[in-house]
Design a binder for this molecule. Structure first.
Ligand SMILES: [Zn+2]
Length: 372
């Protein structure tokens, strides 16, 4: 069984507009003509998949546009209409820090369509696993507003699609983007049929917190797990957090499908994250989640590409993930891997071990108390 790969040129054409970092140029901010969320990291990953020969071993599938009635599984009709209107008017901000241009309605629907196509591929049995190279990204977008470069909540829409169309009863979302997946959490906070897990840099994003005491509400109480990690975590800290908390939670939940909002901004060169991960870590995390998928989910694993802002390193982290996901190897070797063992920060530090133990005990209690 193969790995489906879904993207679309229109995703690379998504245009947040004229920015410097995420600032409108003006005053003392010199024009830069480049929003920090630009096409480079994702396009360069796409290019590396081609030049390295990995693309030839993936099942490349065409994307489609998400339908309005599919969007309203997660987003309000008013918000969907707002995005369309903004694009018609030439562009604007869909919420908080999520600007689009005149092609934004089309690009965002195509991006979400990539995620839904990935779910279809896996649940129809046309592929074992699937990778949706989505842009704009999705995991910050909330039901009522765009946020943090994200317009529609791609991974949440994918989970809702799996439940509504294929009748799944338990879907797990494991978000390892360095920023808190607030949009995904909000989409399912009162539902137990989607277990949302976000591993992120603590307090590293605007307005929303993503602390470990945010457990969901109502029927969803206990089915939202946040692992806020301190800045500076390397492979050892992530492996510990996964082994102590993420993997046991997935094992206990027994998901029928796993969706990974896969960001690369916990990578060590990222301008918007303060973590130390490299291809070694991304390979390990992919394997770890794949192992759970093979045990509980008939191997069904879908990834949606989220953040990651270093145009040079992201392609190699992405190649690492896609090699593990597909079980195929490419001709490219990662130029950063030889440095892995030279970096002391890749080792687990005692304070990181203590934190994972605390989170493990905390969530064990949550499971005992609230899981049905
Ligand atoms: Zn991010």
């Amino acid at each position: 069984m193969s790995t489906a790969y879904i993207t679309d040129e229109l995703c690379f054409w998504h245009d947040p507009g004229n920015y410097a970092l995420m600032l409108k140029p003006g005053g003392y901010v010199e024009p830069y003509n480049r929003h920090i969320e630009n096409a480079d990291p994702k396009r360069r990953l796409h290019n590396l998949l081609q030049t390295s020969g990995l693309m030839d071993q993936l099942t490349v599938m065409p994307a489609r546009d998400v339908l309005a009635e599919e969007l309203t599984r997660i987003h309000s009709a008013a918000y969907v209409q707002k995005v369309q209107q903004l694009a018609l008017q030439g562009g604007g901000n869909t919420g908080v820090g999520a600007p689009i241009s005149s092609n934004g309605w089309d690009a965002a629907r195509r991006s979400a369509g990539c995620a839904l196509t990935a779910v279809d591929a896996v649940l129809k049995g046309n592929a074992q696993t699937a990778y949706a190279l989505t842009r704009p990204p999705g995991h910050h977008a909330e039901p009522e507003q765009g946020m943090g470069f994200c317009v529609f909540s791609n991974a949440a829409l994918a989970a809702a699609h799996a439940i509504d169309v294929y009748g799944l009863k338990r879907v797990a979302i494991v978000d390892w983007d360095v920023h808190f997946g607030n949009g995904t959490q909000k989409s399912f906070e009162n539902r137990a049929d989607v277990l949302t897990i976000s591993v992120h840099q603590q307090a590293g994003y605007l307005l929303v917190k993503g602390e470990a005491d945010e457990l969901g509400t109502g029927l969803g109480l206990g089915y939202n797990l946040n692992l806020p990690l301190p800045p500076g975590c390397g492979f050892g800290a992530y492996r510990e957090a996964f082994e102590q908390v993420v993997l046991p939670a997935l094992d206990a939940y027994r998901p029928e499908l796993i969706i990974v909002p896969c960001g690369y901004d916990a990578g060590r060169f990222d301008p918007l994250g303060r973590m130390l991960l490299d291809g070694v870590a991304f390979r390990w995390m992919t394997d770890a989640v794949l192992d759970i998928a093979q045990r509980h989910s008939q191997g069904r694993l879908v990834m949606t590409h989220e953040g990651g802002y270093c145009p040079v390193s992201v392609p190699f982290w992405g190649l690492a993930v896609l090699e593990q996901l597909s079980g195929c190897s490419s001709q490219a070797t990662c130029p950063f891997t030889p440095q892995h063992d030279l970096m002391p920060g890749q080792q687990l530090q005692s304070y990181q071990r203590d934190l994972s133990r605390q989170l493990s005990a905390h969530f064990e209690e949550v499971r005992q108390r609230h899981w049905r």
